[in-house]
Design a protein around this ligand. Sequence first.
Ligand code: GLN
Length: 297
Amino acid sequence: MVNYTYNDIIMSLTEKLTEQGFSNAHWEARELAGCALGINARGRIDGKAEATPEQIQSCALLLARRLSHEPLQYIIGEWDFYGRTFDVGEGVLIPRSDTETLIDAAKKLCADKKSLTVIDLCAGTGCIGITLEKELDTAEVFCVEKYDTAADYLKRNIRQLESSVKPVVADALERKTAESLPKADLIACNPPYINAVDMARLQKEVTFEPATALDGGEDGFDFYRGIVRIWADRLNPDGVMLFEIGAGQEDEVMEIMIQAGLKDVRVRQDMAGINRVVMGRYIESRNVNLYEQLDNK
Ligand code: GLN
């Protein structure tokens, strides 16, 4: 009987993935092998170690899943976001590096603020809310997620990352959800924002992710309209609302925020130079009774 080493396995996985046109085949092969062999591929793999028949079988199963274009992140069951590892799997959106732009924007806006109340809407894995809880000076952070499967990942990530975030299983588009939470200094949201045309031509990998986390309605803006309507007046004075947006959505989302009376409405680009985050501030203004001034004259 031939004894195969870990190196043999990684070579074979790389070859199959390359044949099927996967880019980064070697890197993916190491990730898959690390998972099948029960070791962290980001650590060291001892290439000369001998694989057991069970490990080889497990590699074959993971390879078959990947060749069906299931996302690598679902297969290995975790993914890194802003330097921390989050559990992921079917039923929850995979954290994207683009979304780190939102964290950078929040850090910059809140650099000198203390004891913030933060709300993350459509939270999914909780990557935004949990990261903000770790990176900012917060008093309370709430992650609102509607769907049970996603909320299970959220709760698991809160536990594993020893976060004080409070999970709220509720619909961000319902006013009673907003009214059940305290007013916030920061409301962050990466809503579903893909329009109907693009939903019909998603990359195969993305079709494995929940449509409920992607589908932003006919024009892609349903959640921006609904969330701004319900949540803009749940900001404390000087509080900030921050959205991730899809490429080319900045004008419409800025307009929705301006119409709702938010001020300082601005965009921030991601690493690829795409406008990725839109932010607006709630500035309290009191009405000066000008007629009264005339009467007093
Ligand atoms: N960035 C995701 C994608 O284009 C979409 C996530 C979302 O709709 N919020 O695949």
